[in-house]
Ligand binder design. Structure first.
Ligand code: THU
Length: 135
């Protein structure tokens, strides 16, 4: 699957967004090592803190389907359907991804210019991990 196809899958996923509060529709598309694709959208809640971001929706759906190894993730968000501005993954989602993905894991973002490719370690060079509790 090309980067552009993964971005398109993230945009497609954003159409399922349940975001009556922010009106900001986010989609994520996560590619597992075996080539399976998992899509997720943000799911908001009247108790705002119970909201789940698109990235974690995709990740947890994949894990619930038995997948634990992933190669890349695309994220696309928009309030007006133009996807003109990059949607950066939040810190909670980065930490959740770090449980299953190495620092080399690719994060693909999009804006009106094109695609930006990041590594998980660009965002979160020092994740809290199992080894963090071994001292
Ligand atoms: N959101 C995501 O789904 N992913 C991100 O990377 C950033 C934020 C959602 C959460 C909430 O529903 C809305 O965007 C506004 O914060």
């Amino acid at each position: 699957m090309t980067d552009l196809e993964l971005i398109d899958a993230a945009k497609e996923a954003s159409r399922q967004s349940y975001s009556p509060y922010s009106k900001f529709k986010v989609g994520a598309a996560l590619l597992s090592d075996d080539g399976s694709l998992y899509k997720g959208c943000n799911v908001e809640n009247a108790s705002y803190g119970a909201t789940c971001c698109a990235e974690r929706t995709a990740l947890f759906t994949a894990v619930a389907d038995g997948k634990r190894r992933f190669s890349k993730l695309a994220v696309a968000g928009s309030s007006d359907g133009t996807f003109a501005i990059i949607t950066q993954p939040c810190g909670v989602c980065l930490q959740a991804l770090s449980e299953f993905c190495s620092g080399e894991f690719e994060v693909l973002l999009t804006d009106k210019i094109g695609i930006r490719k990041m590594k998980l370690s660009d965002y979160l060079p020092y994740p809290f991990e199992k080894a963090s509790m071994e001292g």
